[in-house]
Ligand binder design. Structure first.
Ligand SMILES: [Zn+2]
Ligand SMILES: [Zn+2]
Length: 334
């Protein structure tokens, strides 16, 4: 008899489901891929057949022009793979379409979280804890220093900056997939009904969220707006465009960024961020540890992020755990 859980292998380029000959979030092109969500470090182009939720497939189509080989799955519906493996996708609460994947084979249950968070996000269904034998968890913010404050507090600070300096605009750097739309949705929930202005690079992803039923309110493109009209308004751009020349067309922008990394002062300084907003689409330390406790797996495998501290926490709590040496997954801006 094979050793426990030997049918699933952590190889440097991804997680391989051996009996089904397919991969989860492979970093190299493969024949059969299961994709947890649309962020570019997880969803890459060039695969043969792709199994993912419909929104994730739409995101991949938008980004890579992938037209063929997509097999849409619905949350909670088991799908039979080759080699007597069953895969079921469940919400991960990370971005639109994001999923954890439950794999069942030979009486064993393994859950791959992909990226996830436990805070409620108006733009995607909430994470569901799935009982399993092995939990393969992300650890992007796997250090006790990472504590994400309530999103309402960060949104209130953003609106406060706007009110106290109405002659300026607030330029927020936010990841184009997920963070930008969540920030807009949270601003709407906070009662901000003013137009929100977008850098051109955010437009299509916002439209895609709207096609999936998310009402983001009055969105306008920067390119169509005279400089003077932007005073007192919020402008959202990709983090990479925060310090670009194009910002000269904005009225004295207050530079902000929405990211879990804004907890680290040095990261904010590197990007000349005046108003750091700690808003993350990943679990923070408390969410990572409380999720392991809640799911209560026989083993925890830790991947992509700060593995060491979470590994140590598992040891101190008498939990079997190991770190997987996967490479190529980075959420620099998230
Ligand atoms: Zn992600
Ligand atoms: Zn990731």
């Amino acid at each position: 008899m094979a050793a426990d859980f030997s049918w699933i292998r952590a190889e440097p380029t991804g997680i391989r489901i051996a009996p089904a000959d397919c991969w989860i979030d492979p970093v190299r092109p493969v024949e059969r891929a299961l994709i947890t969500h649309g962020h570019s470090d997880h969803a890459r182009g060039g695969h043969g057949r792709i199994m993912a939720t419909a929104p994730t497939l739409s995101i991949m189509r938008l980004r890579y022009g992938v037209e063929q080989g997509g097999f849409p799955v619905t949350y909670g519906d088991p799908v039979e793979l080759a080699g007597d493996v069953t895969a079921t996708f469940f919400p991960a609460g990370h971005v639109l379409g994001s999923a954890q994947i439950l794999l069942e084979h030979a009486g064993e249950r393994i859950v791959v979280t992909g990226d996830y968070k436990r805070r409620l996000d108006p733009t995607c269904p909430a994470f569901v804890p799935i009982p399993c034998d092995v939990l393969i968890t992300e650890a992007t913010f796997g250090l006790p220093v990472f504590h994400h404050p309530p999103v309402e507090e960060e949104v209130a600070r953003l609106l406060g900056a706007l009110m106290t300096q109405p002659e300026r605009c607030v330029l927020v750097g936010a990841y184009a997939l997920g963070k930008a739309q969540r920030l807009i949705a949270e601003l709407r929930l906070a009662g901000h009904s003013q137009p929100i202005y977008l850098h051109g690079a955010m437009e299509r992803m916002c439209q895609l969220y709207e096609e999936y039923g998310m009402d983001l309110g009055d969105l306008r493109l920067i390119a169509d707006t005279p400089k003077a009209d932007l005073a007192g308004h919020i402008v959202i751009c990709p983090p990479s465009a925060l310090n670009d020349r194009w910002t000269r067309r904005l009225p004295d922008p207050i530079t902000a960024m929405a990211s879990g990394w804004m907890r680290v002062r040095q990261r904010a300084r590197q990007r000349n961020v005046e108003l750091p907003l700690i808003i993350s689409d990943h679990a923070d330390w408390d969410e990572l540890t409380s999720t392991i406790s809640e799911v209560n797996p026989a083993e925890t495998w830790i991947t992509h992020g700060r593995e060491e501290a979470l590994l140590r926490w598992c040891e101190l709590n008498q939990r079997r755990a190991r770190a997987l040496a996967l490479v190529g997954y980075e959420d620099e801006d998230d």
